[in-house]
Design a protein around this ligand. Structure first.
Ligand code: ZN
Length: 60
């Protein structure tokens, strides 16, 4: 769950996991696509790069 300012309705609202339509891991971060409460398709790139959990698992 995160908050997002919609580019269509310009409201800052909470986005719930049920509104997320896709999550794509890219070099720039995770691109999260979701549908705003107003029905507009939105996309958000998270700033955080996820550390590979598989490497952590291998090291353990
Ligand atoms: Zn909206």
């Amino acid at each position: 769950m995160f908050d997002h300012q919609c580019t269509a309705c310009e409201k800052r609202q909470l986005i719930f996991p049920s509104q997320v339509t896709s999550m794509v891991n890219t070099d720039a971060g995770i691109v999260v696509a979701f549908t705003c409460w107003c029905g507009a398709e939105q996309a958000l790139v998270t700033g955080k790069k996820t550390v590979s959990t598989s490497k952590v698992a291998l090291a353990a």
